[in-house]
Design a protein around this ligand. Structure first.
Ligand SMILES: Nc1nc2c(ncn2[C@@H]2O[C@H](COP(=O)(O)OP(=O)(O)OP(=O)(O)O)[C@@H](O)[C@H]2O)c(=O)[nH]1
Ligand SMILES: [Mg+2]
Length: 301
């Protein structure tokens, strides 16, 4: 494992892929890897991880292709972690079956880009945790930025997004139903929103609706931009805006809420006392409140 991680540090892509697989399969943990890497992730004045999330087919991958191209042309080294949905809709399609990234066709740019998909249906353990660990590892290896693509507004996806420093929500043109309530939680997490497919009718209207609904709420309104990933319209502007994106106050709180919930869940699931607690709960000799307390005490020891 030592040799593998060192080869990854020296830029060998196959070793990098194998180390990430080991993290994904939990055959190695982040602490062990970081002990080999030997240097912590350096804080920078910009974000280091950005989650891109939105409904299936809204154009996230197409948009990312454009964004990664611009960033790579500026000499940035960017890694993309695409979290593959386990939903029956796609049957857990792999990255290769989805949109093709053209940025890797350029022999110079491809050296500055790393693409990796994470198959959620195969993952053993918490996907947000795996994504967080992979992100830290990539940053420690010197990748400038890590971008995480997740699909949908389900709890697991929101949790994956919440591990990132910034969250970009991608939307499509208006479908005439306004801003739906079930999306409110996701929009609350957004540091920026891009309405993609602006070559189709309804995009401008949806951008207006979004701005309006943000203005009705409390806190700052995140930037709302229009792009057509298909034609490249607005993509360079979006790339520039995103590079220096600040966290909106509201998203910061929402993000920590998700992280706290994820952390709590992980503590319970990883507790050595879990089996005993479940047995006691099942026979009624313990209350749920006692169970939480008991697991908490155990972990504090
Ligand atoms: N008209 C139009 N079509 C677009 C645009 N961007 C993407 N598409 C098309 O939308 C489809 C889905 O694009 P993807 O980039 O794969 O969307 P995605 O959000 O990554 O999809 P999932 O990863 O499956 O959730 C593709 O057929 C694209 O060609 C756009 O700006 N305008
Ligand atoms: Mg995609």
């Amino acid at each position: 494992m030592q040799e593998l991680v060192q080869a990854a540090m020296n830029g060998d892509r196959r070793s990098l892929a194998r180390t990430l697989s080991a993290l994904e399969n939990r055959t190695i943990n982040l602490e062990q890897i970081m002990a080999i890497v030997g240097k912590p992730v350096q804080a920078t004045k910009h974000w280091q991880s950005l989650a891109i999330t939105g409904a299936p087919g809204v154009g996230k991958s197409c948009l990312l292709d454009g964004l990664l191209t611009v960033w790579a042309q500026q000499n940035l080294r960017v890694a993309l972690l695409a979290v593959d949905p386990s939903s029956p809709r796609s049957g857990g399609a792999l990255l290769g079956d989805r949109v093709r990234m053209t940025v890797v066709d350029d022999p110079v740019l491809k050296e500055r880009i790393y693409l990796r998909s994470i198959a959620t249906r195969k993952a053993s353990g918490s996907v947000p945790l795996i994504v967080a660990d992979m992100t830290q590892f990539l940053l420690a290896l010197g990748w400038d930025r890590v971008v995480i693509e997740t699909v949908g507004a389900g709890q697991a996806e929101v949790r994956c997004a919440a591990i990132a420093d910034r969250i970009l929500v991608v939307e499509g043109p208006a479908r005439g139903d306004g801003v739906q309530a079930e999306k409110a939680g996701l929009l609350e997490l957004a540091d920026a929103v891009i309405v993609n497919k602006c070559d189709l009718p309804g995009a401008q209207r949806h951008a207006d609706e979004l701005r309006e609904s943000y203005e009705l709420g409390t806190g700052t309104t995140p930037p709302v931009l229009l792009t057509s990933a298909l034609h490249g319209t607005g993509v360079p502007e979006a790339a520039t805006m995103l590079l220096d994106l600040e966290s909106s106050g509201r998203s910061e709180r929402a993000r920590w809420r998700e992280r706290l919930l994820a952390h709590h869940e992980r503590r319970i699931l990883e507790s050595s006392k879990l089996d005993d607690v479940l047995k006691e709960l099942a026979v009624g000799s313990m209350t749920l409140d006692d169970a939480i307390l008991s697991i908490g005490e155990m972990n504090d020891e």
